[in-house]
Write a protein that binds this ligand. Sequence first.
Ligand code: XMP
Length: 513
Amino acid sequence: MKKAQVLILDYGSQYTQLLSRKVRELNIYNEVLSFETTAEELKEYKDLKGIILSGGPSSVYEEDSYGIDQEIFNLNVPILGVCYGMQLIAEKFGGKVENADAKEFGKAQLHFDNFENKLFEGLNDHKNVWMSHADHLTKIPNGFIQLAHSDSSIAAIANIEREIYAIQFHAEVTHSEEGMQMLQNFVFKICNAQKDWNMNSFIEHQVEEIKNIVKNEEVILGLSGGVDSSVAAALISKAIGKQLTCIFVDTGLLRKNEAKKVMENYTKLFDLNIKLIDASQRFYSALKGISEPEEKRKIIGREFVNVFNDEARKMQKAKFLAQGTIYPDVIESSSKGHSSKTIKSHHNVGGLPEDLKFELLEPLRTLFKDEVREVGRKLGLDNSIVNRHPFPGPGLGVRVIGEVEKEKADILREVDDIFITKLEQHNLYDKVSQAFATILPVKTVGVMGDNRTYDYVVALRSVNTIDFMTATSTHLPWEFLDEVVNEIINKVEGVNRVVYDITSKPPGTIEWE
Ligand code: XMP
């Protein structure tokens, strides 16, 4: 039987994951499904208490726009439409949606027209909400009433009897004041969902499930030192101890002392087998002469698979391959609502060869990153692992800009270590989402003492973001940056210039490649 009290149908909004996460924060397990899901398929969810239709980039009046199985409205399950979801509901019930002269992007004030509805219970009038739409409702559908408006649009409607609610704004975004209260009202007061989700029960349940699936067999897992694979390893080792073997590949593209730290941490914390494979030479040779980022990613991914396979082959008895796949990876690869284009291929590991037949074990595939961190903490993982900034699979391979050479990677390791250590010393590390350094393939002129220098430029980058889809550069204190730059120039040979990247995403990406 499929579980989930709340389901979100995805129409491709950049906020769909956030919506799902916010409902999880209310201790309600929910899943994101494609907008093409039929009413028949929804019936498999026996505990279903509510459906949310997400936002999306298209217009409901366009031909080929994303629709909905009309039968879903007859399931007698409360529905909340958000942005595109609202417009879709309006259209399906005889309302009218048109392109607006006054488009609303950003904050708008919400004015209530109706106070007697469960969605607004306990809320205050005239609060700011987050709008992001070019279309708006010009005719309210039959059977619906207007609940609220903004200065330029109808902002909320409902068919109270049928429990269909629709809002033009994004309640899930933090800029929407009391947005969380609205979601809470929908989930608890309208849907009558019961809290069913917390990380203690998740761990208990997963440990049992892993034992049942694995029985006496062996499991291998590729450890990266990042949060996801670490937590997966901790959870699996809690269930099956030494039946788990972790393989940690030193690609030569790791941070300073990373291999050593990972090995120390894991052997200290867990009852598992762990193997360190030093494959750095192999990676440097494969990357020789290559400077195009996507090509570098492919080569690194391919080499990683090769090294991992060589090791896996030695483990004749392993039946399962464990991976730290998390929910955003699952949503992004499966949801048809997602119309975003590939900007960078983030697939770190390509497919395994046909003859290596493992069954996949992915115990974190229902969790968001913050939930993964909480599970990690509950399992006793070090803060240094749990609170770690993301580190891309190709590692320094995409931070040595252009051709990857050991000399540059070595310089970068030192620079990165100084930057990160200083952030930690100044209690800034946990306040920023991701910080790192890159080394550029250019040399510039400088002067040190009485001598002319001709050395590399490095760039520091620090961003703040909730979902890594958009980000802003961190306003690090000038004095702090000064201190970091001084230390880099004084201690790292080969660098004579440091720049700080203040580009936001978009238009920049977080990594430089
Ligand atoms: P971008 O650079 O796309 O990065 O703005 C968004 C987030 O993804 C990380 N990133 C990667 N992670 N393999 C990964 O596992 C990759 O090839 C890759 N490229 C970027 C990046 O560090 C940031 O957290």
